[in-house]
Design a protein around this ligand. Structure first.
Ligand code: FAD
Length: 506
């Protein structure tokens, strides 16, 4: 007999892993071996627009974990099923019997297809005498478990009643929960014997060959240790006290809105794949405060960062409470009827970074080349697609998922719906980003633009933000850079009209 820990593509670590530590306890209790199972599911990856970079990162992390699990006497068993809907049956009738197990532990994935798969596995397992235990682990505050004082704008409560729709509530709960939490961790002693040897991990998943794996691996090496190191060199930790004005974490408060340097943690690929947990990064951040406290809010850099991490919890709460958002529906149903443009040329210009708006083009080229963007330019590029080109936000959501190494349904969908004004944020639809102003604010010297848009690398001063309107036309033509594909003022009016007249055709 054995106990199985079923690892997912979003909990790829040994430390602070609820399902793994409970599986380990059960194996020890029963005196039987512990096996780690990983299911590669290309059908799921296709269905969910997974990027080749994210899948490659997943395989790299698996390879990294394998010897560590081996060391703990936990063989890693990897199977691959292309047909996603067949997974519950295959597991219960083939894999679990092969692993001689009737005890399986998993961390819950809150996306709707994944929940359906798990419910089917639990039911089928039960009918076959196999106990599949699903546990909360991804978030600091499990969905539906948070409670905020009455009177607060956000009231979250058990069983989904009154779940909050603004961030204010959840960040408070993140702090409360965090303080009271004892992090589970796997004990270091060896498990009882081994029933199986580890199985090989494929070099790549068919259909998800990552063309730029070496460059991406250089920026984001696999493994929890790499994530911890990154946090140590990130703005969050430079040895200075968090309330020291010159500390980098204090500068995060304004720096997070800039794109011309190393201003944020760049931990998102690790958090999205669960290579490090949100609890672990908060525990590290807490050390920056000599009183050993965490705080959240806009007053300090540390507080601001904790708030950003809380957004991750928040959007997962939204997704699990209103599953329609993971099925392509707007959170605010009335915006299901916004009239979108259908324009392949504009969509391709946006995707390829050829819109004639330098900050948008720089951001999109960064997305395509590096698989990652700073938060501010994610918002600028998204707002441009939705409000300036009037293209459906779901097209952008898909493109980001297909390219990002940190592609994560809840955060990506939350970010897109926030920008499209169809989401939970109270931001009204008529607040529309001015691309030029945003560009001057987030890239004041234009270095980000010059780096990603080499056609503009010799431009001096403010012209780099808007070369078309700041250069004689014959000079502009020599750049080989496109003219703006829309007029900002006109497109703004069109967006206002379309949003205001939801449900009415022009
Ligand atoms: P830091 O500023 O150092 O923040 C620390 C961590 O907090 C991040 O790593 C992330 O896990 C979390 N976080 C920060 N901001 C947010 C946020 N707004 N929503 C949710 N979590 C947040 N984030 C993803 O992880 N995956 C995505 O696919 C994704 N898509 C996005 C799409 C759009 C249109 C927008 C506007 C935002 C998106 N974000 C996404 C959120 C955010 O842009 C990134 O998490 C952040 O830029 C990552 O950089 P960092 O790790 O340096 O963040």
């Amino acid at each position: 007999e054995s106990v199985v820990y079923w690892m997912r593509m979003d909990d790829m670590r040994i430390e602070d892993n609820t399902a793994l530590s409970q599986a380990s306890d059960r194996a020890r209790e029963l005196g039987v071996p512990l096996v780690a199972l990983f299911v590669i599911s290309p059908g799921d990856y296709r269905m969910h627009d997974r990027s080749t970079r994210r899948i490659d990162f997943m395989l790299r992390n698996l390879r990294h974990l394998k010897p560590k699990l081996d060391h703990l006497n936990i063989p890693l068993h990897v199977v691959s099923f292309d047909k996603r809907l067949s997974i519950p049956r295959k597991l219960v009738t083939e894999v679990f019997p092969h692993l001689k197990t009737t005890h399986v532990f998993v961390n819950i994935e809150y996306e709707v297809d994944e929940l359906r798969r798990d419910i089917a596995t639990v039911k089928l397992g039960r009918a076959n005498g196999i106990d599949v235990v699903c546990l909360h682990d991804r978030l600091v505050v499990p969905p539906g478990r948070s409670r905020v004082r009455r009177g607060n704008r956000c009231r979250c409560s058990v069983h989904g009643r009154g779940v909050g729709t603004v961030i204010n509530g959840i960040r408070g709960v993140v702090l409360m929960r965090f303080r009271s939490r004892n992090d589970p961790s796997i004990r270091n002693d060896t498990h009882f014997g081994k029933l199986f040897d580890a199985t090989p991990i494929p070099d790549q998943v068919e259909g998800f060959e990552c063309a730029d794996r070496d460059q991406i691996a250089e920026v984001w090496p696999e493994g929890t240790e790499a994530a911890k190191e990154l946090q140590l060199v990130s703005p969050l930790s430079d040895g200075a006290e968090h309330d020291d004005k010159n500390s980098r974490v204090q500068q995060y408060q304004t720096g997070r809105n800039l794109v011309d340097g190393d201003n944020s943690s760049k931990l998102s690929p690790y958090l999205a794949s669960g290579v490090i947990s949100a609890r672990m990064v908060l525990a590290e951040a807490r050390k920056l405060n000599k009183k050993g406290k965490l705080e959240s809010g806009r007053d300090t850099g540390l507080g601001m960062w904790v708030q950003e991490v809380s957004w991750r919890d928040f959007y997962n709460h939204v997704m699990s409470t209103w599953p329609r958002v993971s099925m392509g529906r707007p959170f605010l149903e009335k915006f299901a009827d916004v009239q979108w443009e259908v324009d392949e040329d504009h969509l391709n210009a946006w995707k390829e970074g050829r819109t004639g708006f330098p900050i948008v083009d720089a951001a999109m080229r960064a997305c395509n080349k590096r698989g990652w963007m700073e938060n501010r330019v994610r918002m600028v590029a998204a707002s441009f697609l939705v409000k300036s080109l009037m293209l459906d936000w779901r097209l952008g959501e898909k493109h980001f998922m297909e390219n990002f190494i940190d592609g994560d349904l809840a955060a990506n969908n939350g970010g897109w719906q926030w920008t499209a004004s169809t989401g939970t944020d109270p931001q009204p639809y008529f607040r529309i980003f001015n691309t030029l102003t945003q560009s001057e604010k987030c890239d004041p010297n234009g270095d980000y633009i010059r780096y990603w848009v080499p056609e503009l690398k010799h431009l001096k001063g403010k012209a780099v933000h808007d070369p078309f309107h700041n250069m004689p036309s014959n000079e502009f033509k020599k750049l080989g850079y496109p003219a703006p594909i829309v007029d900002h003022k006109q497109s703004r009016e069109r967006a206002l009209f379309r949003y205001k007249n939801v449900g009415e055709k022009e």
